[in-house]
Design a protein around this ligand. Structure first.
Ligand code: MSP
Length: 652
C-alpha cells in the first residue's frame, strides 16, 4: 500500500531573506519528497512564511513601512527563491492568509471551550529574537544564548494556555514512541526539559503593545501570540489548501515535521500540547537537524557571511550545493560550510568522480561503438561490481528512511571509486586498440556506464535535474515517480543497449580553485549591494498617510497618445499629444526620454494622466497634465490600463 507522507518545513520569519540555513531544511523536504515518491509513496510538501510578531513590527518600523508591506516583500523573496531553484513544494502558506487566520481563531475557540485558557497577570523575560519568554535556566549571563541580547522584562495581564496540564500525557507519548523525535539526542533533551514542571503558555499580546497579529476570538483587545498562531499553519494549510481543497484526512496522519534544533522546544512541547487540547491527533514524526555554521562562525548579516541561494546557484549550481549539504551534514549534528570545502568535495566527488567516470566510458563508447553495446557474459570482476552496487541499493531505503541519507551518498561515492579502480585495472583503452578484444571492451564500458546510471538513479532525489539529464543521456527514461521500483531501476544490467552515445556533455566541469576567490568576492559584493538596495529602494518609506478626500482631489483620466516627439533641445523631455476625450488633444511634456528614446512607440497607447494638474508654462510650451509611470532604480514604464477604455474615462 502506498504511504501518504506530509513534509513540512518551518515557516520562516520574514525578517531575513532566504539563506543557506533556510535552504537546507527546504531542500531537505524537497529531497525527501522526491525520495519517497521514487520509493513508491505519495508525498506532499508545504512550506511558507511566519509573518506576525514583534520582530516583524520592529523591522517594518525601522524602514517606515507597514508590517504587511514588509511581509509581502520578503515572503515573495522566499517564494521566488524556491521557485527559481526547483523546490517542488505543493503549497506555500502565509500566516497572513485568510484561511490561516480563520483556522487559528477556530482552534482558539475550541481550546477555550475545552477550559484550557485563563486570564492572568504575568511577569516574564521576553526575547524578541526567539519570540518567546525564556526561563532563568535558559539564560547565560542574563542573556539569550542564541541572540546574545538581554530579554526584556514584561509585566502584563494576558491569556494563558494550560500547557502544564498535558505534561504527563506528552511524556507518555514520547516514551511510548521512541522514534517520534529523531535523532535520539533531541528526544532526550525534550524529556530532560520535561523533568521540571511545565509552565503554562502565555498566548496573547495586548493590542496596546502589539497590534500585528490574529485577534483573539474571545477578546478583541488582544492578538494571538506568534508561536500559537504559527504552529497551526501545519494544519490550517491542509484544512484549506491554496486551491481550496481539504487534504487533512488524506495527509495529516503522515505528517513529518522537519526543523533545526533552534525550534525544538516549540515543536516538541508547545505544538503537541496544543494538538492534545484541540483534540487533533499528534503529528507522526519530528526530525531535527543541526545548524550550519559558516566556517567556525554563526551565519549573520553583520558578519557578512550569509550565503544566498540564488547567487550560489548562479555561481556554482544549486544542485551541487545540495549534494554537498546532504552529504556533509550528519543528521542531527552541526556542520560547517566553507567555499574551499565545497569546491574540494565537488571536484573530488562530482568532477573527478561521477563526471569523470561517465566521460571516460562514454568517450570510449562513442569512439568505438557509437551506441551502448549489447550485454555479454559477465566475468567475476563485473559480478563483484554488481554485488557492490546491489549492497548500496539494499541499504538505500533504510538509510533514507532513518535520515542517514549521507551514508547512501557516501555509498554511491564508494561505488564510483570502486568502478574507477575496475576500469583502471581493465584498461579498456588498450582493449580498444585490439580488434579481437571488442567483446571485452563492450563488457567493460557497458559496466562502467551501468554504474553511472545506477548512481544517477540513487542520487536523483539529491540532484534531480542533473541526474535526469544523465539518465536521459544514457537512454534511461523510465519515470522516477514510483511506478517503477528503485530495485528495478537500479538493477545492474538494466541499462538499455543500442542507445546512441555521442561525446558526453560535461555534466560536472571542474571548478578552478584559483578562480574561487574572485567568484566568492563577487558574490559577496552582490550580497552587500542587495542588502544596501533593500534598505533604500525596495522598502521605500511610505509617505504621510492621506484620507480619501485628499485622494479625491486628484482627477485621473485615461488618455490615448496620438502624437509623440522627442524635444530636441531638452535632454530628458518628450512631447506627447494625448486625447483625453476633449475637443482637442492635450499637450503634455514628460521627463522620460531616456526610457523612451523613440517616443513614437507610445503612439496608440493608453496612458493615465493627472487631468486636473494646474497647466505649467515650460520653455517649449504649456504642459497640460502629467503622465503616470511605474519606476524603480533605473527602470521606468508608462502606466496603462487593461482592456479597452475610452479616452477621457476616469480612473479611480
Ligand atoms: N518562524 C519560526 C518557525 C515557525 S514554524 C511553525 C522560525 N523561523 S526562522 O526563520 O528563524 O527559521 C528557523 C529555521 O530555519 C530553522 O529551524 C531551520 O529550519 C532553518 N535555519 C535557519 N538557520 C539555520 C542554520 N544556520 N542552519 C540550519 N538551519 C537553519 O524559527
Amino acid at each position: 500500500m502506498t504511504r501518504k507522507i506530509y513534509f513540512t518545513t518551518p515557516i520562516y520569519y520574514v525578517n531575513a531573506e532566504p539563506h543557506i540555513g533556510h535552504l537546507y531544511t527546504t531542500a531537505l523536504a524537497d529531497m525527501l519528497k522526491r525520495y519517497y515518491q521514487l520509493a513508491g509513496n505519495n508525498a506532499y510538501f508545504q512550506t511558507g512564511t511566519d509573518e506576525h510578531g514583534e520582530k516583524i513590527v520592529q523591522a517594518a518600523d525601522k524602514l517606515g513601512i507597514t508590517p504587511k508591506q514588509f511581509c509581502d516583500n520578503i515572503s515573495g523573496k522566499f517564494r521566488d527563491a524556491w521557485d527559481n531553484i526547483n523546490i517542488n513544494y505543493d503549497d506555500f502558506i502565509r500566516t497572513t492568509d485568510a484561511r490561516h487566520k480563520t483556522y487559528v481563531q477556530d482552534i482558539l475557540t475550541r481550546v477555550q471551550e475545552a477550559g484550557d485558557i485563563y486570564f492572568d497577570e504575568y511577569t516574564g523575560k521576553y526575547c524578541v529574537g526567539c519570540e518567546r519568554y525564556l526561563t532563568d535556566t535558559e539564560l547565560v549571563d542574563g542573556k539569550c544564548p542564541d541572540h546574545q541580547t538581554a530579554p526584556k522584562e514584561v509585566k502584563e495581564a494576558n491569556y494563558f494556555f494550560k500547557m502544564g496540564k498535558y505534561q504527563q500525557q506528552l511524556i507518555q507519548h514520547i516514551e511510548e514512541n521512541p522514534d517520534w523525535i529523531r535523532p535520539e539526542r533531541f528526544k532526550n533533551e525534550v524529556l530532560s526539559f520535561l523533568k521540571s514542571p511545565l509552565e503554562d503558555l502565555c498566548i496573547s499580546r495586548p493590542k496596546t503593545r502589539l497590534e500585528w497579529g490574529i485577534e483573539l476570538p474571545f477578546d478583541n483587545k488582544y492578538v494571538t501570540y506568534v508561536w500559537f498562531d504559527a504552529l497551526l499553519n501545519y494544519v490550517s494549510g491542509l484544512k484549506e489548501t491554496s486551491n481550496g481543497k481539504n487534504l487533512f484526512d488524506e495527509y495529516w496522519q503522515g505528517c513529518n515535521h522537519l526543523i533545526a534544533k533552534d525550534i525544538l522546544k516549540t515543536h516538541a512541547i508547545y505544538w503537541p500540547t496544543m494538538l492534545m487540547s484541540a483534540g487533533i491527533p499528534l503529528f507522526n514524526q519530528l526530525d531535527v537537524h543541526g545548524y550550519w555554521m559558516i566556517g567556525e562562525s554563526k551565519m549573520s548579516k553583520s558578519l557578512g557571511n550569509v550565503i544566498r541561494p540564488l547567487s550560489f546557484d548562479a555561481a556554482f549550481g544549486i544542485e551541487n550545493l545540495r549534494y554537498f549539504l546532504f552529504k556533509e551534514m550528519k543528521f542531527g549534528a552541526d556542520s560547517s560550510f566553507t567555499y574551499d570545502l565545497f569546491v574540494e568535495r565537488y571536484n573530488s566527488d562530482l568532477a573527478n568522480g561521477l563526471g569523470n567516470l561517465l566521460a571516460r566510458n562514454a568517450g570510449l563508447v562513442a569512439k568505438n561503438f557509437g551506441a551502448i553495446p549489447a550485454a555479454t557474459d559477465l566475468t567475476e570482476a563485473e559480478k563483484e561490481l554488481a554485488d557492490k552496487a546491489q549492497k548500496v541499493v539494499d541499504a538505500y531505503r533504510q538509510n533514507f528512511e532513518s535520515r542517514q541519507f549521507a551514508k547512501s551518498i557516501e555509498d554511491v561515492c564508494g561505488l564510483i571509486s570502486e568502478t574507477d579502480k575496475y576500469i583502471t585495472l581493465m584498461e579498456p583503452w588498450k582493449m580498444a586498440k585490439d580488434e579481437n578484444r571488442k567483446n571485452e571492451l563492450a563488457r567493460v564500458l557497458r559496466s562502467g556506464l551501468e554504474i553511472c546510471r545506477i548512481a544517477a538513479v540513487l542520487l536523483s532525489p539529491v540532484m534531480p535535474k542533473k541526474c535526469t539529464e544523465i539518465l536521459a543521456y544514457l537512454g534511461e527514461t523510465r519515470p522516477l515517480d514510483g511506478s517503477v521500483s528503485i530495485e528495478e531501476l537500479a538493477a545492474f544490467g538494466a541499462i538499455a543497449e543500442g542507445i546512441e552515445i555521442s561525446k558526453p556533455p560535461r555534466f560536472f566541469p571542474r571548478i578552478d580553485e584559483a578562480a574561487l576567490s574572485s567568484i566568492t568576492a563577487q558574490m559577496q559584493a552582490e550580497a552587500e549591494a542587495a542588502a544596501k538596495a533593500a534598505q533604500s529602494r525596495e522598502i521605500e518609506p511610505i509617505k504621510e498617510q492621506i484620507i480619501i478626500d485628499d485622494f479625491a482631489k486628484v482627477q485621473l483620466k485615461v488618455g490615448k497618445v496620438v502624437e509623440a516627439y522627442p524635444v530636441e533641445e531638452a535632454k530628458k523631455l518628450i512631447r506627447l499629444m494625448v486625447d483625453v476625450g476633449e475637443e482637442k488633444p492635450r499637450q503634455v511634456f514628460a521627463g522620460i526620454k531616456s526610457h523612451y528614446p523613440q517616443p513614437e512607440q507610445l503612439i496608440g497607447q493608453n496612458v493615465i494622466i493627472v487631468a486636473n494638474l494646474k497647466p505649467r508654462k515650460m520653455k517649449f510650451g504649456m504642459s497640460e497634465g502629467m503622465v503616470l509611470a511605474a519606476s524603480g532604480d533605473d527602470r521606468l514604464v508608462a502606466a496603462t490600463v487593461l482592456g479597452n477604455p475610452h479616452p477621457g474615462d476616469g480612473v479611480s
